[in-house]
Design a protein around this ligand. Structure first.
Ligand SMILES: Cc1cc2nc3c(=O)[nH]c(=O)nc-3n(C[C@H](O)[C@H](O)[C@H](O)COP(=O)(O)OP(=O)(O)OC[C@H]3O[C@@H](n4cnc5c(N)ncnc54)[C@H](O)[C@@H]3O)c2cc1C
Length: 438
């Protein structure tokens, strides 16, 4: 549509470059890398916003499912006593890790937003230094993986929350279907999640030369600084000796540092192997995604989010009364996320024998148990008002059936007779009346 259409020069979007009256391109940023990072900065905006939107969806779905689970009674130890479904271990294990994820990832999402504002203030005030350029690359790498992590977490949580509400999860008025539908495109727009993760792994792989040369390096936000100890970290092993030992997020955090270094090593080896086999850069990169670069980017961003939430929950400024529950959330998020990488922890020799796997599983279940009595209070913290949540089974009062009945009665024409009532009940057609017309 724009072929051969002239657009006046005054309409140019020229924050990072310009065109002279003679048609020559110019930019105050001399370095190509610097211009590239300024351009990437704009793309990060949408991804950081989507990270926040996904968190909102996650919190809405959890508020509904956890309040429902605390009020809905089904079966029980005796004939005449039914217990809330949240008392079942399965229900706790299905929902509470997502509650922990909501706390950890929401903190990450908000802190990343603050980082972005700082970066963008630099763009607007036209800061032109190496730090600003490095800052742009780091923000880009983080936002390109935070969107996949949070949108997929919300997607899986919305489905789990829906099923966790049994049949009521499918009633349109309870909104879980709508929340799930609303969240789905977060996985696709502003860059398909799988494609975006390549941006993050490219960034991580770009540090391999420094790692190999043992040259010092760091990033403005410090998210890759631990890679300086790459060679040392690769020698680490799982050391916890009991379930209780695993109940702090420092345990999964240490394991994640190893996991990122290991996946970086494996991705680098695989890439070199592909190239040695005569594959082009394009082919080699495509063949290094599944089980390598893709896993690397996911492990890196989970580790980065956990690091921030771990630091926050272990900060002495957090009120002492809140520390136990927040630390339990941090440990649960860390262990539950890490448990999805158990095969790689064993494959790379970080874990061996049956104990590490069992300790992690038992610690997850114990943390779910310890958190279940606080679960309603924890969703009350972030749930919007009933009017905004707009879900009868998700109302703060927990009066499921009264709330649903009230909603049904308020439905348009809910108390009217059906339009076909008269014809069906009063003026019933006489049998055989239409025979002559057939
Ligand atoms: C609801 C909605 C609203 C949108 N709104 C806007 C808007 O307002 N403005 C706008 O400009 N755009 C908008 N989009 C477009 C959106 O940004 C793109 O759809 C999205 O970036 C994915 O690009 P694509 O559709 O070209 O997918 P494709 O690139 O065609 O991807 C198709 C599939 O191929 C895979 N694939 C592609 N490349 C690779 C690769 N290199 N390696 C491995 N796999 C690969 C992807 O993972 C994906 O599964 C919107 C999309 C949706 C769904």
């Amino acid at each position: 549509m724009f072929h051969n259409v002239r657009i006046p020069k005054e309409n140019i979007l020229n924050i990072a470059g310009d065109v002279t009256a003679e048609g020559k391109y110019s930019s105050s940023m001399k370095e190509v890398k610097e211009r590239f990072s300024a351009a990437l900065g704009s793309l990060s905006t949408g991804r950081i916003m989507i990270t926040g939107i996904s968190m909102t969806n996650l919190k809405l779905a959890l508020a509904i499912a956890i309040r429902f689970s605390a009020a809905r009674r089904q079966f029980g130890p005796t004939e005449d006593e039914e217990i809330p479904v949240l008392e079942y271990q399965t229900q706790q294990w299905r929902l509470l890790p997502y509650l922990a994820a909501a706390y950890a990832l929401d903190y990450f999402s908000k802190s990343l937003f603050e980082n972005f504002i700082e970066f963008f203030a630099g763009v607007l005030t036209k800061q032109r230094n190496q730090r600003q350029a490095d800052f742009g690359r780091e923000i880009h790498a983080l936002s390109a993986a935070s969107k996949p992590l949070t949108s997929w977490t919300a997607q899986q949580a919305a489905q789990e929350c829906r099923e966790a509400c049994g049949g009521h999860g499918y009633l349109a008025m309870n909104r879980l279907g709508e929340i799930r539908n609303d969240n789905d495109p977060n996985c696709t727009y502003e860059g398909d999640n799988n494609v975006l993760l390549q941006q993050t792994s490219n960034y991580l792989m770009s540090w391999m030369n420094c790692i190999r040369d043992k040259a010092p390096f760091e990033s403005p936000l410090g998210t890759i600084n631990f890679l300086q100890d790459y060679h040392h970290i690769l020698g680490w092993k799982f050391t916890a000796i009991s379930v209780e030992d695993c109940m702090d997020s420092s345990v999964p955090l240490v394991a994640y540092k190893w996991l990122v270094c290991y996946l970086l090593q494996e991705s680098d080896l695989k890439m070199n192997k592909e190239k040695q086999a005569g594959r082009s850069d394009f082919e080699a990169k495509n063949n290094c995604q599944v089980y390598y670069c893709r896993s690397l980017a996911i492990a890196f961003i989970e580790q980065a989010a956990l690091q921030r939430y771990h630091d926050y929950t272990h900060d002495p400024s957090v009120p002492a009364a809140l520390q136990p529950v927040l630390r339990n959330l941090s440990a649960l998020y860390g262990l539950w996320s890490l448990s999805k990488h158990l095969a790689v922890l064993y494959q790379g020799g970080y874990a061996s024998g049956e104990q590490p796997g069992k300790f992690i599983q038992d610690a997850i279940l114990e943390l779910c148990y310890r958190l279940k009595d606080d679960a309603v209070a924890l969703v009350d913290v972030f749930a919007p008002s009933d009017f905004i949540l707009n879900s009868p089974i998700g109302k703060a009062s927990g009066e499921l059936y009264k709330n649903m009945w009230g909603e049904i009665l308020q439905g348009n024409k809910a108390l009217n007779r059906a339009s076909w009532w008269e014809e069906f009940c009063i003026n019933k057609p006489v049998i055989g009346r239409l025979r002559s017309r057939l």
